[in-house]
Design a protein around this ligand. Structure first.
Ligand code: ATP
Length: 288
């Protein structure tokens, strides 16, 4: 089966700085690196590294063709990423010597994905495929509605969190994944905890404390592996990509989460995001 990921593609410009600039200050950086980023791209890479067939649905400008190339190298089907006349999304990330950061996000092409790109992609989908999306693109509701009519499993990773965005698509979801803070925010907005949300499978990730699955049989906890974290960025995206890839292969949820927990544990021991997401061979040989 195929995982169709309506997702963001960012160019992450990471500048090393002596300190985070204060208002009015001009500061020379001491280093600069450019990475593939965006929750969508991370999840596509994670699911592809977990050996799933993944088709990314999105958009970049002419300045983002390298990012599409990179996704292709990681095994993602990039035929439904449109090149449009809008600049590619950018994150300008300043990181100081203590690892403190500040980020300016320009959403660019991520929020201008043409509707015909979505329609053409999902027209190729088959019953039993999965649609996943996050809250970093346009067309979320259209995608969910279309996917439901086509018999797809609909999964939402509710980040960056916006209660209205979750509530707009909730009725169409089979699967919702949130971190602990997002689950609290959803409870504040709806009065409902993860066990009361009308979605078949809800996962709440708890960082170093693992993750809990709220399914038909009540809550099931999956512990995290004990590792020494050096960079937790992308742990959630790796976890989600792996869970979806394992479910797509027909594995039960518990097994999918156990595999995802290993992948995410490896991920937190590595610096970086999409470029360092572990593959299935790394996960299978992990003994943590
Ligand atoms: P991020 O936004 O940093 O990508 P998140 O907030 O979406 O992450 P988390 O709940 O922090 O997601 O982590 C997702 C999963 O990654 C956890 O359920 C766990 O399996 C794994 N994980 C995260 N932090 C650690 C850690 N310190 N040690 C081991 N595993 C971890």
């Amino acid at each position: 089966m195929t995982i169709w990921n309506l997702g963001s593609i960012n160019a992450d410009f990471v500048y090393s700085v002596p300190h985070i600039p204060v208002p009015g200050e001009t500061l020379a950086s001491t280093g600069r690196a450019v990475f593939l980023g965006g929750k969508g791209a991370n999840m596509s890479v994670a699911a592809a590294r977990a050996a799933a067939r993944v088709a990314h649905i999105g958009a970049v400008g002419a300045d983002g063709l390298w990012a599409v190339e990179r996704l292709m190298e990681y095994g993602v089907d990039t035929r439904h990423i449109a090149e449009i006349d809008v600049e590619t999304a950018q994150a300008i990330i300043a990181v100081d010597a203590n690892g403190e950061n500040s980020i300016i996000l320009h959403q660019g092409a991520n929020v201008q994905i043409p509707v015909n790109v979505l329609e053409q992609a999902l027209n190729r989908a088959e019953t039993g495929d999965t649609l996943v999306f996050q809250n970093e693109t346009n067309l979320q509701l259209q995608a969910a509605e279309l996917a439901v009519t086509m018999g797809l499993r609909v999964a939402y990773a509710a980040a960056p969190f916006d209660a209205d965005a979750v509530m707009a698509v909730m009725a169409h979801l089979d699967f919702l994944i949130l971190n602990e803070v997002e689950a609290e925010q959803l409870k504040d907005a709806t009065g409902k905890g993860p066990q009361d949300i009308p979605v078949k499978d809800v996962i709440v990730t708890l960082g170093a404390n693992g993750a809990t699955w709220f399914g038909a049989d009540g809550p099931v906890d999956v512990p995290a592996h004990k590792v020494t974290p050096v960079d937790t960025t992308g742990a959630g995206d790796t976890f989600t990509g792996y869970v979806l890839a394992c479910l797509d292969r027909g594995q039960p949820m518990l097994q999918a989460m156990q595999t995802a927990s290993k992948a995410a544990a490896i991920m937190v021991t590595r610096r970086g995001t999409a470029d360092v997401i572990p593959d299935l061979a790394d996960v299978q040989s992990f003994s943590g």
